[in-house]
Design a protein around this ligand. Structure first.
Ligand code: NAD
Length: 499
């Protein structure tokens, strides 16, 4: 782990690339500001605008004004504008990526990659067919299923993958004919503001509004009468608050929440291949991924081999500041998360029978670094197993038979994802049906294409995003029932667009 920190302390200022909030097509400077911390140093390096309630009202009003004209644009036009925004992100990937590394911590290469992936998300989502459907026209009655945009969407995002998550919300809201007010996490506001600044001359005024601010800004949005839907990505605890707050105005709500995904290695698994996939998932983005593997269940006979294979991979990771080209893992994103993972490690050290096989080092130099860590010997009620660690520390647990493994995998309120690692795909597909999770992957963990719906079972979510199902959750279904149409009139009766 690199322990050196540049002592020259940048004076917090508003970065050029995130000069203001995007409201009604204009960059609006803040009236008040909050500090943004560089997690590699633990020090403030920039200021971000802290939106007032009046600024939120202005953004919602702009989004409402922009809505009628935007929903009247053809699907092709909306797709074309969004793809141009994606192309702009690809052009600006380096500077936006640099800002993302400064505030989020991930290695620069990954940050630039995230901006490119955000553009890919736009392409993938706007390739989906959301046109209306004909349920039947049987000579007697004709039933059409149409989908109409909801109006103004409020998007609220977390700090782990801020650019991708922001653009997934922009693409879903706008492609389906809605307008958007978007709020990034106060811990990573700058990269989202920079994205807004980059696409401000491409998206029509008022269709995308981006405001930074604290948690109170999120709460104002979820109760705002001018917002019709909330698309929220974040923790279970906040998700519960969002749902409660949205109830008064009957907002449509989609919640993408936390997880405690199990990876279940079966007795016939290829141990090296399983270790590859599990380590990649558990340590990506410093373990701060909703659908990362967060606990591993392995048959007793394979336990030691798998632990050794995971430890080998963990020890190859180079932890250090994201700006150092040699770092393959950055710091945790914030002090609270760092303290949480450090405490989980303290609890492991205090647990008889538990052992840190590799890693375990926690930096004490102001940056939020924790080495990739593999832990064995914990019971299922240990906090590291029971809770969402959201950090690069993975517990490996052994089991005796598959029924027991499935029951232990399900013994949680979380239900985001799960994976099975085996050579017997047919058997794994059967077992998948017994797992209480929104997604079950066989011989991989995560990595869905955009036509695949994503979301959690149980406390891990509410509804689905992405895929046609996800896009339709940004729309109100409307059934149009009429007497059957004659053959020649039926040919062009269904509008080709989702209106
Ligand atoms: P968080 O819930 O603390 O914050 C998320 C967002 O909600 C932030 O923008 C925050 O300012 C805002 N917020 C806070 N209080 C609010 C309130 N009362 N009303 C409205 N908004 C409010 O989550 P986090 O710590 O930023 O993110 C980490 C969590 O996100 C983890 O649990 C992770 O698993 C989850 N996550 C889930 C997915 C998914 O797709 N399922 C993806 C990424 C992250």
């Amino acid at each position: 782990m690199s322990d050196t920190i540049d002592a020259s302390r940048p004076v917090p200022a508003v970065p050029d690339q995130a000069r203001g909030m995007l409201i009604d097509g204009a960059l609006v400077e803040g009236e008040r500001f909050f500090e943004v911390i560089d997690p590699a140093t633990g020090r403030a390096f920039a200021l971000a605008p802290d939106a007032t309630r009046t600024q939120l009202d202005a953004a919602v009003a702009a989004a409402r004004r922009a809505f009628p004209a935007w929903q009247d644009r053809s699907l092709e036009e909306r797709r074309e504008i969004l793809r141009r925004a994606g192309a702009r992100l690809r052009e600006e990937a380096e500077p936006i990526g640099a800002l993302l590394t400064s505030e989020q911590g991930k290695p620069l290469r990954d940050a630039i990659g995230e901006v490119g992936r955000a553009a890919d998300q736009i392409d993938g989502l706007t390739a989906l067919d959301i046109s209306d459907q004909l349920l039947r026209d049987d000579g007697r009655e004709r039933i059409e299923i149409r989908h109409r945009p909801l109006g103004v969407v409020g998007g609220i995002t977390p700090w782990n993958v801020p650019v991708v998550l922001a653009m997934v919300k922009v693409a879903q809201a706008l492609y389906t004919g809605n307008t958007l007010v978007l709020k990034p996490s106060p811990l990573t506001p700058l990269s989202t503001l920079a994205v807004a600044q980059a696409i401000a001359d491409i998206v029509p005024a008022g269709t995308v509004n981006v405001l930074s601010g604290g948690n109170d800004l999120g709460a104002w949005m979820t109760s705002h009468p001018g917002i019709d839907k909330i698309s929220f990505t974040g923790s279970v605890e906040t998700g519960r608050r969002v749902l409660r707050s949205a109830a008064d105005t009957f907002k449509r709500v989609t919640l993408e929440l936390g997880g405690n995904d199990p990876a279940i290695v079966l007795a016939d698994a290829d141990v090296e291949a399983a270790a590859d996939g599990i380590a990649r998932s558990a340590f990506a983005n410093c373990g701060q991924v909703c659908m990362a593997v967060k606990r591993v269940l392995v048959p007793a006979a394979l336990h030691d081999a798998l632990v050794e294979a995971l430890a080998r991979r963990a020890s190859r990771i180079r932890t250090g500041p994201g700006t150092n080209p040699e770092s393959t893992m950055g710091p945790l994103q914030n002090r609270m998360q760092f303290n949480k993972v450090a405490e989980l490690l303290d609890e492991v050290r205090a647990t008889p029978g538990a052992r840190i096989v590799t890693g375990g080092t926690v930096s004490s130099n102001g940056g939020y670094f924790i080495e990739p860590t593999v832990v064995v010997g914990l019971s299922d009620d240990a906090p590291l197993v029971r809770e969402e660690q959201f950090g690069p520390v993975i517990p490996v647990l052994s089991y005796d038979d598959v029924d027991e493994a499935i029951a232990r995998a399900n013994a949680t309120h979380f239900g985001l994802g799960a994976s099975l690692w085996t050579r017997d795909i047919v058997r794994a597909r059967d077992l998948a049906g017994r797992l209480e999770a929104g997604s079950v992957w066989i011989n991989r963990h995560g990595g869905n294409a955009k036509d695949v719906p994503f979301g959690g079972a149980k406390y891990s979510g509410y509804g689905r995003e992405q895929g046609v199902v996800g896009l339709h959750s940004y729309m109100e279904m409307q059934v149009v029932a009429s007497p059957s149409l004659s053959a020649e009139r039926a040919a062009d009766a269904i509008p080709p667009l989702a209106r």
